[in-house]
Design a protein around this ligand. Structure first.
Ligand code: SF4
Length: 272
């Protein structure tokens, strides 16, 4: 079973009608989702059966996903070169100076120049860079309403929720279970804001991984035989500012950042 080598390879196989039957807005978004292991190639009903048989396989192979991510990012970078960053300023909630569009990501400056080069004081892993590009390229600029919804309530989120739950919510919960300063560090290191406890959780923190895409992380501590629990909520407008694949990436990127932070604090089992 050959694995697609890059985003373009899979994109070239599609009929490019952007018909949305796969649940993605565009064939390009579908190609990206296949790269990231979030969609299976057979979910495009317009593909020839022979093509599906040639390329289908386990999309969750970690090495393949990471390799594909890099290639997907290179493609997004090329697309950035084709847009006017000045006109994206208001839509994205950023500022334009010295030839760069700068957005606040988790309270830190994160910039892109006219040829797609990224600049930041913080290390941003590819899981966060991909949604950044998607937000700049395709975000509608809709302001958050303050209505929190779960991943599965976002457009096209239902099918991917089991994977989101496993890769993001359960993995982040394992970090929170052992790394008791996690939520304080979210506030201090990532400009988070502790808010009134939502949904009867013990801790609720709001973060801004992108200016118009806030997320809320709620944690329920273990209690009387009940195990702990963690849920990630998004503003109901998130699916208009980001493709669902990018919303997934955002959750995965934050999880990875928190795992690394926990490991730096000596909690080696956080990576499990
Ligand atoms: S169903 Fe296939 S052709 Fe239609 S948008 Fe999705 S990838 Fe493109």
């Amino acid at each position: 079973m050959p694995v697609p080598k890059n985003a373009m390879e899979i994109f070239q196989l599609l009929d490019k009608s952007n018909c949305r039957d796969c649940g993605e807005k565009t064939c390009l978004a579908f190609a990206g989702a296949v790269f990231r292991g979030q969609k299976k190639i057979e979910e495009c009903p317009k593909l020839d059966r022979n093509v599906v048989e040639r390329f289908s396989g386990d999309p969750t192979d970690r090495n393949t996903i990471e390799e594909n991510q890099e290639k997907f990012l290179a493609m997004m970078k090329q697309k950035i070169a084709g847009i006017d960053l000045v006109s994206a300023t208001e839509r994205t909630g950023g500022r334009f100076e010295n030839g760069r569009l700068t957005l606040k990501i988790l309270g830190k400056d994160f910039s892109v120049d006219g040829i797609g080069n990224l600049y930041s004081d913080i290390h941003v892993n590819p899981w966060l860079a991909a949604p950044f590009f998607d937000y700049v390229l395709n975000g509608k600029g809709v302001y958050p309403t303050g209505q929190w919804v779960s991943f599965r309530e976002l457009k096209n989120g239902k099918d991917r929720y089991p994977l989101f739950q496993k890769r993001c919510e359960e993995a982040m919960k394992r970090v929170a279970d052992i790394y008791t300063d996690l939520f304080d560090d979210m506030v201090h290191l990532f400009s988070g804001r502790q808010v009134d406890r939502q949904f009867q959780s013990d801790i609720s923190v709001v973060l801004h991984p992108l200016p118009k895409v806030p997320i809320m992380i709620c944690y329920w501590m273990p209690d009387e035989g009940l195990s702990s629990s963690l849920n990630i909520f998004f503003d109901e407008t998130a699916d208009r500012n980001l493709d669902i694949g990018s919303v997934f990436s955002l959750g995965a990127g934050l999880t990875q950042m928190f795992q690394k932070l926990a490991i730096r604090h000596g909690f080696t089992e956080a990576a499990g």
